[in-house]
Design a protein around this ligand. Sequence first.
Ligand SMILES: [Zn+2]
Ligand SMILES: [Zn+2]
Length: 816
Amino acid sequence: MKTLHSQSSILNSAVATMLAATASMAATAWRPEVDFAKAPVYVATNATVPEVEAARLIMRAQAMVAGREDPLTNAVPAVATNFPKAGIVVGWQGTALVAPLAKKLGLVDWYEAEPKCQDTIVQKVVGKTLVVAGNSPQGAYWSVGDLLYRNGARFLHNGGDGEEGTFLEYMTGLKAPRDWRYQPEALIRTGFQDRCRKSKLKGAEKDAELIAKNQFAARNGGDAVGPLTGGRARESIGSESIQPPVNEFKKHPDWFPLIDGKRWRPAPGTGWEWVVEGCWVNDEFTQWVVDNNESWYVRKGGRDNVAIIDITNSDGGRRCQCPDCVKLRASYPDESSCYFDYQTKIALRVKERHPEMRIETLAYIMSRSYPKAGNKVLRGIEAIDYCPYSRCFIHPYSDKGCPTNKSDLDRMAEWKKADLPIGDFDYMFDVFNPPMGLPVWELTADIVDYWKDYNKPHRMPRMYSEAAVEGGCGSRSRIAAYVFARKLWDASQSADEHLRDWCRVGFGEGAEPMLAFLRAEAAAWTNQPVHLTACFNNPLGTAKTFMTDALVAQGSNAFAKAESLLFAAAKGASPRDTARIRKQQAALAFERKVFEEWVALRAKALATSMEIALESGEPDEKGFARMKKYPMSTRYPSWQGNDVTDSFAQFYRTQDALRIRVTSNDKLFKAQEWRERRGEDGQFDWGCKAGTMEIFLQSPGQSGYRHFAVTAEGALYDALAMDAKAFDSADWKVDSVQRDGFWQLTLTLPWGVLGINGAPKAGDVFHAVVINNAHKVNEKSGEVATFAVGVPFPAYHDIGIGASLVIDDFGGRRPE
Ligand SMILES: [Zn+2]
Ligand SMILES: [Zn+2]
């Protein structure tokens, strides 16, 4: 049974958005009135990199409109000391040419803008001069991007691939409105800065340019006040600033967490050595954090440069176990209250010296829930970014029918009480490792619509999808990343309108078959009979559930058709059309490569999928005694081949129940005191501990899955997808056998607990991922770490990859 999740809710929200947009745009429509196709372009003497690049982009567009063959001109704009009598002026309010006009243009400093940090762009005709401006250097660039977009130019690719995504060919003129002032839907915090810290400036520059052309809100990079931002930061890099400096461990061990009786820092060389919590009761540490945030703010130029400071804790570092920290945490009604109270303490202390400073933080890990202590622990904080890491990547974000999304939606609804702008730190483009192309333009558009509505009366603060631009799945998901960018700038158009536009421009004469295929692909994605959450999943399971036979056939035909249409169009084409078609062929080839990666992965998934006959047996030890042992393995190639855990799983069924056992010969395991307890939400620290067993299990005919976990101490957890509250059953049983160096957990899951009436029938198939969270020794440092093995291999919440447990036709027992 397939559940078609809320196509209608997407449509409804699109209609509502369009109606709202029609109402608000009637008053201030962008109307092309004056032609500037031949006008000279000027910048001020103190123009910054984004302004100069913006001016050059206009000059290239003009060359294209004039029919000059090479629009990749190296021409640079004229530098004007006085406001020119005629022409185009590109700049932001801080430059000499625009500053005298700033008030008239309605451009104000961030700190005077309402809401704070609001981006504004302006296109205004003053006499015979067109001013293309913004309230930041990047803003001037966005204003140019907006002007050219409305004249037909498209900047399709966010993959950092250089120029082939820039389509100026669709421009027939350069018309400007007499007076246009626009504020984007989301506060755009970046968009012209060195996003790629590791790459050479050249590549980063290109990447940043592509981001900026689409007015894209990407994550902040290394230096938010470098030359590519024109010296203006759109957000801070204070993230993870509430943690001790790891290189000062020897000097200040007491700033670091007490773990197992010792002050601790992660071993160097593990790749995550900076991730460490502080000891929050250590006043010296807290003072250091205050001083450190303040000095960063001052160093970056204070209020002139820094829109907002982002302060957060470590990304999942281990909490200090010193008696006073334990006591501190216990003194709050919940973990979140403790977290935000500490943040408030730091925020207020930094603001004692800089009252104008603005601070934001994350709702993440220990702070995901709205604090039970209420807004009194949210003082000094101007904005919060919610991290929806329970979200489902298959179903629309706003879809409450998806149990995975529901747990995030419920938490986000609680956050309304904060009455703060709530941003979104989304993971859509982090869903797979290795990265894959995602047909998720409808889903990314839904994210923008959801938060736009949510944030009323505030404006949308930072919105970004991790890895939407480069790296991650974003590099292969150009259409989805593009739609996300466009929607953040202007939410009035639907995802499908942008898709159609993309096909028209990106595939030219090949648009029609591609549009039909891409729509089918997006529908196939959302109709998968699974939910998928958590980041960096192995895409193998999804390759099976997403890439159906019909979709593979339709895709192959669509690409072949589009290729032949473009090939035909290229014959006898003008030089300008030849250049355009060449780019479209490259765009098509790229999409084909992305599609073929899925097809290849599907073949691999089908070849390696694991089928286990679910035999019937006696409801006691005799049952397990004759069942096959499935070795548990890791999916990390470097660890494959070594039998590091020597653990295995077994499966069978009785009249009444499914029985699953994990046996682990974990040499480092220390026997625990078993005390069975259930339903202690939040107490279940299963993610960090070795000696735990987890099962993800999908029953026949169901799209959801159940998650069971058991720790060596006897904590039992169950959830429907990620919703622990929706499923809290006392009817499943666990038997534990353990001693030093060995543990064994046996789960007995009655059919009723799995949502099955009576008993499963012959031919029914369960999907299961069984995981053993075990120990591993780091070869370099000698540190003991937790890692996982599983059947077929560890994949959290990714039921698509699950082994098929098949009720066979032999009454459960294979013929001898
Ligand atoms: Zn402590
Ligand atoms: Zn879902």
